[in-house]
Ligand binder design. Structure first.
Ligand code: FE2
Length: 247
């Protein structure tokens, strides 16, 4: 069974559609969503509707999902991100805001056939509602102390990195990882809707359960249309510009 793991979609409909076309081509049967379905881009309702229609094993809350669905003061957001949260709040129905607001912070998934155990979180396993960033092996190690399964998928940094723990934790860029017994893995799946690793293509991961194989995929999409929608919606122009450079 192949599972597609999608993170940080951020209301980018063109990127999401391109990714889903690729997941179907690859034969993915199930989906996992790492959170931040909304924010930054111009199609929050459409992206929410699509995500909710997928055959989901798990979906967790991202910081943009959280702040969009409540009226708390926007802490930790730059001006453009905050403007996009305010705009997104106006676009969604009460029912959609309630659905977003009730997402869990983390999930542990246990499959029996084929057997698999993995965790899903947006930011970190140790303090998921503090929205910390994992960029190095020290923050990865802290998160892994609260990871009870051999494999955890996360997002939030929009940067695909993988960490591998045996006696110590090592980490770095990856393209595909064969999962070994007695290792613990913490894998950032990159961002569908706003990549920040200088590669503007949409990113997602597939997890082939029988093969024990995690693979990072990059997909070209119609960036110009996503940019135009941002401008037409009155969202900050900087949010359009960054899509083209993957920052
Ligand atoms: Fe995000």
């Amino acid at each position: 069974m192949k599972i597609a793991v999608l993170g940080d979609i951020h209301s980018n409909l063109e990127a999401l559609n391109a990714v889903l076309e690729e997941t179907k081509r690859l034969g993915c049967e199930k989906y996992v969503c790492i959170g931040d379905i909304v924010g930054y881009n111009a199609n929050p309702r459409e992206c929410l509707e699509i995500v909710r229609s997928l055959d989901l094993l798990a979906v967790v809350m991202g910081n943009h999902d959280s702040y969009t669905s409540n009226t708390r003061e926007l802490i930790g957001f730059n001006l453009q991100a905050a403007q996009a949260v305010e705009w997104t709040r106006q676009q969604l129905t009460e029912e959609e805001l309630t659905w977003l607001g009730n997402l869990p912070m983390k999930r542990d998934i246990f499959l029996t056939s084929p057997p698999a155990r993995f965790s899903v979180v947006h930011s970190t396993m140790d303090n998921p509602n503090m929205w910390g960033y994992i960029f190095d092996r020290f923050t990865a190690a802290a998160s892994m102390q609260y990871q009870w399964t051999p494999l955890c998928f996360f997002g939030h940094t929009h940067t695909p990195l993988a960490f591998d723990k045996t006696d110590t934790v090592i980490g770095g860029l990856y393209e595909s990882l064969r999962l070994l017994p007695n290792h613990k893995y913490l894998i950032n799946v990159g961002s569908v809707g706003q990549p920040r690793d200088r590669d503007p293509r949409a990113a997602f991961v597939t997890y082939d359960v029988e093969m024990g194989l995690v693979t990072l995929h990059r997909v070209e999409y119609d960036i110009a249309t996503s940019q135009q929608k941002i401008i037409d919606s009155g969202l900050p122009a900087r949010l359009a510009e960054r899509l083209a450079i993957g920052r």
